[in-house]
Every structure is written in C-alpha cells, then in structure tokens.
Design a protein around this ligand. Structure first.
Ligand SMILES: C[S@@+](CC[C@H](N)C(=O)[O-])C[C@H]1O[C@@H](n2cnc3c(N)ncnc32)[C@H](O)[C@@H]1O
Length: 321
C-alpha cells in the first residue's frame, strides 16, 4: 500500500476527518520524509577520507558523508559511550550494536579500546537485517578487527572477543537475546523517518531490557520521536557534539541527570512532534508506523490549538492489521 492509501485507511479506522489542507500538509510531510537524502548508490568517500556505502532503497549513506565515516564512529558513538574512561577498570566490555552495516562502529571501538587496555575482552551482539555485498575497507589501523569480524560472521569466539551477529529484522531477533547487559548500545539504524521500526517506543523497550544499569545508549539522531520514547522509558538525556552538517546526537543513561539545554527540553515538552513512534506488536510496516505517528501529530496540533490540554497520546491510533 502507498502512503495515501495507508493514510486513508488510518483515518477511516479512527473516524477522523481531516480538512483538505490538513490532509495535504500531512501527505506532503510524509512524502518529504521518504525522499532519498543523497543521490546515487554504492561506495562514496566521506569528509575524513574514509569510505562508506549509499543504500539503494533507503537513499541514505551508512555513515555521515559531511562528518566522515570514522569520525562519526568515534565522536557519535565511542567517545560519548564512556567506554574509553572505563577501559582500564572493566575486564569485559559488552556492546549491543543495532545496525551492524559495514561493521565500522565495532571495529573502531575494539581497536581504540584495545589500544588502551590490550587485555580487555569483548562480548558483542549485533543486529542486522541485510549485510551489504561489497564493503569498503576502513583505514588501515582498523583493518585487523574489521577483517576479524567479517571473516568470522555470523559468530565467533577468538582473540578475547565473543561476537554474535543476528541476521534478520532486529525487531524479531532481539527477542532471542536474553541476559545480555550492555555497557554501551550503538543504535545506528538509518534515519528515524526512513527506518522507523528501529526507533519505536516498543523496540527501544527491548533495548532497555538488555542494558546494564550503568550502561549508555548512543545515537547520531536528536529527533523528537526518539528522544520522547527514551524519556518515556526512564532515560536521562544529553546531546552529543555536532559534527559536519549533522546536528548533535543523543546519549541516554539510566543513571545521572538530564543534560538537555532548556530549549531542547522545552521542545520535547511542547512540540506536537514530540510523540514516540509506536509499534506495539513489533511487526507493523514501517510506512504504517510513520503514518500513524503523523496522524497523532496532527491530532496533537489540534489539541494544542484548541481547548483540550496538550496530553500526548501514547497509544497507536491506526492499524491495518
Ligand atoms: C546506518 S547503517 C549502520 C552502519 C554501521 N553501524 C556501521 O558502522 O557500519 C544502518 C543499518 O541498519 C540496518 N537495518 C535497517 N533496518 C533494520 C531492521 N529492521 N533490522 C535490522 N537491521 C536493520 C541496515 O541494513 C543498515 O545496515
């Protein structure tokens, strides 16, 4: 089904009629979210000289082109994860890696952490829907661990590293993971508006279940539906540094305090877009998640503009199941 039909059945289901201009605005925004963010496909170079791939269907690069692939791994994921500070004290580092992709995030993290503590062991769980066929090599210094990961897929235990890659839709595969307590989660799906199933409140609840109480969740995104979901799940939020043309990302922890700026906090409290993506059974079509979200945003806008108080509606309104 295309976006117009999903919107139509969603509105019929909840007996809501939008005015023509509201409907046009909703559709326009939904369509804009689905547009490719970059042209082309295949391998491309990035700002720091390292390479990445552009995904043909998502129309998105696996890493930020303007920031640099390796720089993004370091500055959006590893540095804010606190793992470098903990590398000497920990015997084993556990990382949950959502979106294995080219394997850069993990290869970079292992190399940098081993440089600090050569005896450090690793327990790594990765989730990935579909591996790319041809992967560009990362810069030489990360080559050893990158090759180790790729040559031993989908799982291995050697060099002090226990690694498991779960292939398939992360929403199903994550249910198989039990008892893992991640020190860090590298949450690296494609952008929330293109890949909403990886960013829903319901999927993030599973992630939370697999985190150590001292663990830290990282992502490059600062988008409102994601931050709202994390808040709902009891995380404290902080913005990470912006690099390239990318805005700052998000660091979420279960201990500590909120460190968002007053402007960011206000936006999270008052923007009609600050509603989580919902996927209660973890099997909705991505487009359905997006349409349901945008319809709830519209209802929220109406509520905020009218007499009704702006209470967020945290139950999914549309379902074609
Ligand atoms: C931004 S890339 C990850 C880059 C990777 N972390 C790296 O360092 O090379 C996003 C990844 O999420 C994966 N993905 C998207 N939707 C998924 C899903 N529903 N389940 C599992 N993986 C998914 C894509 O296949 C893609 O490899």
């Amino acid at each position: 089904m295309d976006v117009e039909n999903i919107l139509k059945s969603c509105l019929e289901l909840i007996h809501v009629e939008l005015s023509e201009s509201q409907r046009d605005a909703v559709l326009k925004e939904l369509k804009a979210w689905l547009l490719p963010s970059v042209k082309g496909e295949g391998q491309t170079s990035t700002r720091d000289g390292s390479f990445t791939l552009i995904h043909p269907t998502y129309g998105e690069p696996y890493h930020s082109i303007t920031a640099g692939a390796i720089r993004e791994c370091l500055e959006k994921f590893l540095y804010p994860s606190e793992l470098l500070e903990r590398a000497k004290e920990l015997k084993v580092v556990r990382i949950l890696d959502v979106g294995f992709g080219l394997g850069y995030n993990l290869a970079v993290a292992i190399k940098e952490l081993r440089d600090l503590n050569p005896r450090l062991e690793f327990e790594l769980v990765s989730l990935e829907k579909e591996l790319p066929k041809k992967v560009p090599e990362p810069p030489e210094e990360f080559g050893f661990y990158h090759k180790l990961l790729w040559k031993n897929l989908p799982q291995f235990e050697k060099e002090g590293i226990r690694f498991k890659l779960l292939i398939g839709d992360a929403r199903y595969r994550i249910k198989e993971v039990e008892g893992f307590k991640a020190h860090a989660v590298f949450h690296d799906g494609f952008s929330p508006y293109k890949n909403p199933e990886l960013w829903s409140l319901d999927f993030l609840r599973h992630i939370r279940r697999l985190m150590d109480e001292e663990g830290v969740w990282l992502s490059y995104t600062s988008s409102l539906p994601v931050r709202k979901a994390l808040r709902e799940l009891g995380f404290y939020l902080e913005s990470t540094k912006s690099i390239g043309r990318k805005r700052g990302g998000t660091k979420a922890s279960l201990r500590g305090e909120d460190r968002l700026s007053p402007e960011e906090s206000l936006k999270l409290q008052t923007s009609p877009y600050a509603l989580p993506f919902l996927d209660p059974e973890l099997h909705r079509e991505p487009l359905e998640i997006l349409v349901d979200y945008r319809v709830r945003v519209e209802l929220q806008k109406v509520a905020q503009g009218g007499i009704e108080p702006p209470t967020p509606r945290f139950s999914a309104v549309c379902s074609t199941n």
